[in-house]
Write a protein that binds this ligand. Structure first.
Ligand SMILES: Nc1ncnc2c1ncn2[C@@H]1O[C@H](COP(=O)(O)OP(=O)(O)OP(=O)(O)O)[C@@H](O)[C@H]1O
Ligand SMILES: [Mg+2]
Length: 358
């Protein structure tokens, strides 16, 4: 998969721009506040149909305009396609593939695959398990539609169970009602665990390889699914039963896949608690690079890679190794300065929403 060209009209600080890219490394240089992240935002918009930063989508329309447009030209394994997104202040945005509007954003799935990484992604390692669950869920959903349904049913039943726990009814009635929820919940717990476990297992070799490459063999990364121990439906139901007393006291369900996590270690040391800033960043990056390979394995085409501001916190050796690692992938990387004369790349300078080749 390759992004050949992007056209922007009144998108953020771009008035009108048409930028062509190389199939390898594309370096987007410029001072602060010139439009580098805006460009990646526009590209990634066409991957997922959403912004990675705008809370209100209208934000992306240039302040002096009422309409904005992104148009990307994609070369696929076989054939080409054009994705177009039109924003208006008055109406909902329109997404078109080859000129035909799509009804749901899910219609974009598989049309243009990409992985995005920004400094903020460090939370994948640093913050709460919720961020790591989201990472698993988003990835599994991208390739397994069934999973989206399973996960939403699980959350629904869990919410009902939690509501029930707070009701003031007799213990006998409560146990009866809860046992019905548990019967259903256990099915989904079992399925979600399997999906997540398999996901982490398939992620591991790719993440290890990427990390080993970037650190030049100095660090050994390991990722592991940390979740419930129980596998069979009976075991899960029993565990829910054993925990009921505690659940009633606390007013919520204490056992289930909503508490899953991924443990990330480097040379057997927990990165979240003991990793340095650079190690955490490298680990998060390796997980994202692994994501790229997983999508490639399933879709048989390499997604594009979008790296916003990642060079700033890595040491020189890691920076260089990362850039080398990206050679086989169409990559868009933003930075304020790029001084690697021996790295082959297409260098673009962005200045106040306008671009030039350097
Ligand atoms: N809707 C909009 N209309 C006009 N300008 C906008 C709009 N939204 C954002 N901008 C402007 O775009 C500029 C560039 O933003 P961007 O985040 O792309 O900068 P950047 O080049 O990534 O900078 P940095 O190096 O600081 O990350 C900002 O000055 C911002 O004010
Ligand atoms: Mg930026």
């Amino acid at each position: 998969m390759e992004l050949e060209k992007i056209e922007l009209y009144n998108f953020r600080n771009y008035k009108s721009a048409s930028i062509s890219f190389d199939s390898g490394l594309n370096v987007v240089c410029g001072e602060n506040a010139q439009g580098k992240t805006n460009l990646l935002e526009a590209i990634y918009f066409c991957v997922v149909g959403k912004s990675f930063r705008a809370t209100r989508e209208r934000e992306v329309i240039n302040m002096q305009s009422d309409i904005a447009k992104i148009k990307v030209f994609i070369k696929k394994n076989v054939g080409k396609s054009i994705i177009e997104i039109i924003f208006s202040r008055k109406e909902k945005k329109t997404v078109k593939i080859d000129g035909i509007p799509i009804k749901r954003l899910s219609g974009l799935l598989g049309e243009f695959n990409g992985v995005f990484f920004a400094p903020d992604e460090l939370k994948l390692i640093k913050e709460s398990p919720e961020d790591r669950r989201r990472f698993m869920d988003i990835d599994i959903s991208q390739t397994t539609k069934q999973y989206v349904y399973i996960l939403s049913r699980y959350n629904e039943i869990l919410a009902n169970r939690n509501k029930q726990l707070k009701q003031n009814i007799s213990r006998h009635d409560l146990e009866n009602i809860i046992s019905i929820w548990d019967e259903q919940l256990a099915d989904y717990v079992q399925k979600i665990k399997k999906y997540r476990q398999n996901f982490v297992i398939s992620l591991l070799p790719y993440a290890k390889k990427a990390h080993e490459f970037i650190t030049d063999g100095k660090e050994d990364l390991h990722v592991e699914y940390v979740g419930i121990k129980e596998d069979t439906k009976e075991e899960i139901i029993n565990k829910l039963k054993t925990n009921l007393e505690k659940d009633i006291t606390l007013g919520y369900t204490t056992y289930g896949v909503h508490r899953d996590d991924i443990k990330v270690t480097i040379n057997d040391i927990d990165v979240r608690s003991y990793g340095s800033q650079g190690q955490q960043r490298t680990a998060a990056l390796s997980l994202k690079l692994a994501e790229l390979s997983i999508i490639e394995e399933i879709t048989h085409t390499r997604p594009v890679l979008l790296l916003d501001d990642v060079l700033s916190e890595l040491d020189d050796s890691r920076k260089k190794r990362l850039l080398e690692y990206c050679q086989g992938t169409q990559t868009f990387i933003t930075c304020t300065a790029f001084n690697y004369p021996d790295i082959k790349c297409n260098k673009i300078e962005i200045k106040n929403g306008e671009w030039s080749k350097i």
